[in-house]
Design a protein around this ligand. Sequence first.
Ligand SMILES: C[S@@+](CC[C@H](N)C(=O)[O-])C[C@H]1O[C@@H](n2cnc3c(N)ncnc32)[C@H](O)[C@@H]1O
Length: 220
Amino acid sequence: MEQVWCKVDEYITDKLIPTDDVLEQALSKNKQAGLPEIDVSPAQGKMLYLLAKTKGARRILEIGTLGGYSTIWLARALEEDGELITLEAVSQHVEIAQQNINRAGLAERVTILQGKALDTLPQLKERDTLPFDLIFIDADKPNNPNYLKWALDFSKKGTVIIADNVVRNGSVIHAADQDERVKGTREFFDLLKQEPRIEATAIQTVGEKGYDGFVYGIVK
Ligand SMILES: C[S@@+](CC[C@H](N)C(=O)[O-])C[C@H]1O[C@@H](n2cnc3c(N)ncnc32)[C@H](O)[C@@H]1O
């Protein structure tokens, strides 16, 4: 089936996502630099862009930058005076992402904070960017429950919280799975279930990135 998913992704991209030198160059620069190819797909990137546009987002927080591919999609959706802050632990990723963001002409709207997100998140309290309109969680999965707690603290009524890779090829349903990423994802779902401040759902996805899924939630 994976071959069909990939072909359908190609079809969707061909029909709905115009050729875009900046985004394509970002992916090829990431590859040249040896970054893992774990960015969102073009169709998913456009979905994030459209969701941010629907929200009319002025302030976006991204946890997990990699080479800035999803960052560019999201930042392009910002309202005119908008700002995006993205958090990344690995200095090489920050360097490549900054170059990609500069090439995209988004340097003025995007700030990359380097460091482990659990260290940089508290720094956001000192900035005047709170609360965020949209928060995209896409970093180390064992910390997803912690990121959700921070995201809720940095939200207001109507803030959209999105998290990637919440299905993990189906392993999310295996309670005995010892993979820390699966455990973190399951704890993330448990927290979403018990947390009164958010209403959420998850959608399974297939395509060039395999079988996975997104959580989509809105803060009450
Ligand atoms: C899945 S990739 C992000 C993909 C990116 N959002 C995209 O779609 O283009 C996850 C990123 O999170 C970063 N990361 C991992 N642990 C982190 C942490 N504790 N704090 C911040 N970033 C972290 C990784 O270095 C990696 O670049």
